[in-house]
Write a protein that binds this ligand. Structure first.
Ligand code: NAD
Ligand code: ZN
Length: 361
């Protein structure tokens, strides 16, 4: 299955499905012809599981260097960024070389930023291996973390292609499936009521999710994200809708510590929070009770604010990038598929936080 992401300056293909890796040789014979050298930047865990499959799919005529980076978030540090650049220089990558990002969103963010920076920008291909990366691999946001803030150092740099071979997902632990699937649900909520209904009807547990249906969900999610990004690459308008569930979610994540809960688990709680507020403030009519039961059945913990004072979450939300002045801007839904930005007062946020403690938990 093939999709195209179109931005005003660029368009690139996204291949999703089992065996998508075979598209790599076509890419290097076609749009990326003339590539001098390849550098795979791989999550060390993913490399240990799947490097052979990728090796076999690479065009044999091209020389290829491999560099593994720490798995997960530990990849997104200044020192790992520097290692990548040093390695690329030592191996003689030039402006026509291409970087392949092999791993989840963390590796993709790092490798994308390396590609954006090396010699003022070389091309790169996203080869995502997590469900969450259906979100992060598309759209061109690349970043590493600063000790003072996550994703604070980065660049917009679109990949030349995204090759999403769903075979890799077979080794993904259930907690990571749950994490990534939250972003699929988010994409349905902000853009497509029929898709949301399909998800609710078909996904009752992550254990018996068929590979076919999963590939379909990823394709849908990528399509929704791609359309929004195409309209607003630099996040000056509608792209902010993709942050649905993220303002409260990020506060929980920051407070609980990255790694202790997954990003998607925090976002799921954040979406319930935003849906509750949407009912009160944006005229949303929605069966939130049923939605909560569904999420809990899928194993999403919704009591993440348990023991966290509202004050601390509020401070974190106020620090969020979407804050302007005193009020906090939130993405809400007028209807499923119709997001809107609204300013939220402290009282309104406190009430929703109480709802999370007393009713959603
Ligand atoms: P991740 O890259 O940290 O991967 C999660 C874990 O799964 C890691 O331990 C990894 O080693 C392991 N893993 C990856 N693929 C596997 C496989 N096939 N089998 C077994 N284990 C595997 O996390 P993620 O959830 O993919 O992505 C989260 C990151 O993405 C965060 O850093 C976040 O900031 C970033 N992100 C970026 C964007 C964007 O637009 N650029 C959007 C959303 C999230
Ligand atoms: Zn997210």
């Amino acid at each position: 299955r093939e999709l195209t992401i179109e931005t005003p300056d660029q368009s690139y293909p996204v291949y999703v499905g089992e065996g998508a890796l075979s598209k790599l040789t076509e890419l290097f014979a076609g749009p990326l012809k003339g590539t001098t050298k390849l550098l795979v930047i791989a999550d060390e865990l993913v490399a240990s599981l799947h490097s052979e499959a990728l090796q076999q799919a690479l065009p044999p005529q091209l020389s290829c260097e491999w560099l593994t980076v720490p798995n997960g978030e530990a990849a997104k540090t200044f020192s790992s960024f520097e290692n990548c650049l040093t390695f690329a220089l030592e191996k003689g990558l030039d402006r026509k070389s291409c970087i392949l990002a092999f791993g989840g969103g963390a590796t993709g963010d790092l490798a994308g930023y390396v590609a954006a920076s090396y010699m003022r920008g070389i091309s790169f291909i996203q080869i995502p291996t997590t469900i969450l990366a259906h979100d992060s691999a598309v759209g061109g946001k690349t970043a590493i973390n600063h000790p003072l803030g996550k994703n604070m150092i980065g660049h917009f740099h679109q990949p030349a292609a995204v090759v999403f071979d769903t075979r890799f997902l077979q080794t993904l632990p259930e907690q990571q499936v749950r994490s990534g699937f939250a972003e699929v649900i988010k994409h349905a909520l902000i853009a497509d009521p029929a898709f949301l209904a399909e998800l609710k009807a078909n996904v009752k547990s992550f254990k018996d999710l068929s590979a076919d249906f999963l590939a379909y969900c990823l394709e849908k999610g990528i399509q929704i994200k791609g359309e929004i990004v195409g309209k607003d690459v630099k996040e000056q308008g509608v792209r902010a809708y993709l942050n649905f569930g993220h303002t409260y979610g990020h506060a929980l994540e920051a407070k609980l510590g990255y790694g202790r809960i997954t990003h998607g688990e925090a976002v799921a709680a954040g979406m319930v929070f935003a849906l509750h507020v949407s009912e009160r403030k944006a005229g949303l009519s929605f069966d939130l009770k049923e939605f909560i039961v569904w999420l809990k059945g899928l194993g999403y913990p919704l009591d993440l604010n348990n023991g966290l004072p509202f004050e601390e979450l509020y401070t974190l939300m106020a620090r969020d990038k979407k804050t302007i002045g005193e009020t906090i801007r939130f993405v809400l839904l007028q209807e499923v598929g119709r997001p809107v930005m609204k300013e939220m007062s402290r009282q309104e946020l406190e009430e929703a936080d109480r709802f999370m403690r007393e009713e959603a938990a």
